[in-house]
Design a protein around this ligand. Structure first.
Ligand code: BES
Ligand code: ZN
Length: 619
């Protein structure tokens, strides 16, 4: 910790300089990560030079990864993570002396260790490889699966532990490195990465990339396709297939304002440009915070900007996650809980208190449901989790996102917003380009905010939140005046069953979503039809409303919605927006049968992450 305090002045100087300055990783404390075979305390990577060729015919990436390493311990071996890669040859140094390598045994979820023999003075390791079949990070799309229908598309999704399936790397969020890359793609396609990016195609199909800030491997990203660019302002812009570009640029017109709002809250945006790439609909997430270039699902193009707060979320990760990173996946709440807190502060800044309050009510519902599903005593509901021996993707749930959010909101309520904001800003500045464990965060919190104040300590009750189950009793209160009004409308509807005019009173996407969530559990077919006639829920193009309404429709066997649900499941690959529907269908034997029928058609369009999860569910 001493070394860390010494580094802070240097970091402060760095942050005042140009924001593309290379940053040191010297002060990083290396910890054991149960989801990586690498042993960074012995030897770790600091820089990557990547040379890739993307082959759509073979659906393979052929690569050379040149790793610069730090081998202070003078080890004879360095360990990388590998999932299904074909390693052809490994050499050492600029003069490429061939070296030997061995593999550890294949382990569920983790792949295997790639152990490379090195000399005490080794600085460079050259790994020649091709990606394997079904690499978990890669989705290869044929032209039919794109908007333009003419050219193929490839994108990666590395978080949590899939980077190892397309780059041999020390695949732990606690290990950071800078990177340069050269990527060769078919001449009529554009390549983009989580780095400084080109804005137009060139005739050679060869693109160069530079990420000057040290990032963990899960933020390595690549997208290749028929992609064009449109600026939003001088610092932000949107990439998409040509036919989607105008619509996307319109939907995300607030991007520039979002970056300003974020900076006002927690300090300068340190990454240079902030752009989005709108992917094809099989992208398995709403968004993914790849540095400089957030990957985003096209399913949030609602045409009315109603779903853009997801951009606030991904942008917020430029501080919470990408700048200050969870050291292991057991500390995942440090990424997502902080980001949800940050996102809602941005919502408030940009769209007003009403909007933020509504999001907080949804957050509370989601947290209560997660605790109910997982069991009120489950250790998986601690903020500090233990997914050793399990896939860390199992931990990507509303404990990390919403219990994490409520822990921070509870601290905010205890110390006041002004003090908490100053603390958070200092936290981001003081740990820029570092990875932290929960314990390191708590240590920082105790030293810089609680400072031995016993009354404050009792008020926050850290241990209950971090190492205890469920929702602690001191949880900060949330509430929305708009939603209270809707509670009144629901109560009235229960008495009279009159729907006429309700859609004029319940207008916004959040209000409608809330209204649906408050409807009683025993609706009749007539109720469902009347509500649908009034609001047009079944025909909605807003994925938040679709998800909520379709869950209700399935629960009530409202078959009018079946065709739309089927189309939705065929067109949308966003995992967390389709799995709940498959789960709902599984509740009855007939439902399970139709779930399997739909899934058979939909599976070829889903990302490996998505179909692996649903395969398990419907097996
Ligand atoms: N980093 C996550 C996505 C992720 C999490 C990928 C875990 C792989 C493993 C991203 O920032 C995220 O949270 N996306 C959400 C956005 C929502 C919370 C606004 C999504 O995709 O729904
Ligand atoms: Zn996130």
């Amino acid at each position: 910790m001493k070394r860390l305090t010494l580094m802070i002045p240097i970091l402060m100087i760095l942050s005042c300089q140009q924001n593309t300055k290379k940053t040191t990783t010297e002060n990083q404390v290396m910890v054991d990560d149960p989801h990586s075979f690498s042993k960074p305390s012995i030897a770790y990577v600091t820089h990557l030079d990547l040379d890739l060729k993307v082959n759509f015919e073979q659906q393979q990436i052929t690569g050379k990864a040149i790793w610069t390493i730090d081998n202070k311990a003078k080890a004879k071996e360095i360990i990388f993570d590998d999932s299904k890669l074909n390693i052809e040859k490994i050499t050492l140094g600029a003069d490429e002396k061939e070296t030997t390598f061995t593999f550890g045994s294949e382990t569920a979820y983790l792949g295997k260790a790639l152990k490379v023999a090195i000399a005490p003075e080794t600085k460079l390791i050259n790994i020649y490889y091709t990606t394997g079949k079904d690499a978990s990070a890669l989705q290869w799309l044929n032209p039919q699966q794109t908007a333009g229908k003419k050219r193929p598309y490839l994108f990666t999704q590395s978080e949590s532990i899939a980077a190892r399936s397309w780059v041999p790397c020390q695949d732990s969020p606690g290990i950071r490195f800078t990177y340069n890359a050269t990527v060769k793609v078919p001449a009529d396609l554009l390549a983009l990465m989580s780095a400084e990016n080109p804005q137009a195609k060139n005739s050679t199909g060869i693109y160069q990339f530079k990420q000057v800030h040290p990032i963990p491997s899960y933020l390595l990203a690549l997208a290749v396709g028929d992609i064009a660019f449109k600026a939003v302002d001088e610092r932000t812009g949107v990439y998409a297939e040509p036919s989607v570009l105008e619509k996307a640029a319109w939907e995300f017109a607030d991007m520039g304002k979002m970056v300003h709002a974020a900076e006002k809250l927690y300090g300068p945006y340190r990454w240079g440009r902030y752009d989005l790439v709108v992917l094809p609909p099989s992208f398995p997430f709403g968004g993914m915070e790849n540095p400089n270039l957030t990957f985003i699902t096209p399913t949030i193009l609602a045409g009315d900007r109603s779903l853009v707060s997801i951009i606030c979320h991904e942008l917020a990760h430029s501080w919470s996650g990408n700048l200050v990173t969870n050291a292991t996946w057991n500390d995942f709440w440090l990424n997502e809980g902080f980001t949800n807190y940050f996102e809602r502060r941005m919502d408030e800044e940009l769209y007003g208190k009403n909007e933020a309050e509504m999001q907080e009510v949804f957050a509370k519902q989601a947290l209560e449901n997660a605790v109910k599903d997982m069991g009120a005593d489950s250790k998986d509901t601690y903020l500090k989790t233990d997914y050793t021996g399990r896939n860390p993707d199992e931990g990507t749930n509303d404990i990390a996102y919403e219990k994490g959010f409520f822990f921070l909101k509870t601290i905010e309520a205890a110390v006041g917003r002004e003090k908490f904001d100053a603390f958070l800003r200092g936290y981001f500045d003081g740990h820029a380009f570092q990875s932290l464990t929960t314990e390191q965060f708590l240590d920082y919190l105790n030293k810089n905010l609680i400072k031995g104040d016993k009354a404050l300590e009792d008020k926050i009750d850290i241990n209950k939140w971090v190492y205890g189950p469920g929702i602690p009793a001191n949880v900060a209160a949330v509430g929305s005046a708009r939603f209270k009004a809707i509670d009144g409308l629901v109560a009235n509807w229960r008495k009279t069953a009159a729907v006429k005019g309700l859609s004029k009173e319940i207008v916004s996407s959040n209000e409608r979503r809330y209204f649906i969530s408050q409807l009683p559990a025993n609706l009749t077919a007539k109720d469902m039809a009347a509500l649908d006639a009034e609001f047009g829920f079944t025909a909605s193009n807003n994925t938040d409303i679709q998800l909520t309404w379709y869950e209700l429709a399935l629960r009530h066997h409202y078959t009018t919605a079946d065709a739309r649900i089927k189309a939705y499941l065929l067109e949308n690959g966003r995992m967390w927006h389709i799995i709940p529907l498959y789960k709902e269908m599984m509740a009855t034997p007939e439902g399970l049968k139709s779930a399997r029928e739909i899934y058979k058609l939909a599976r070829p369009n889903y990302h490996p992450m998505t179909y692996q999860a649903i395969d398990k569910l419907l097996k």
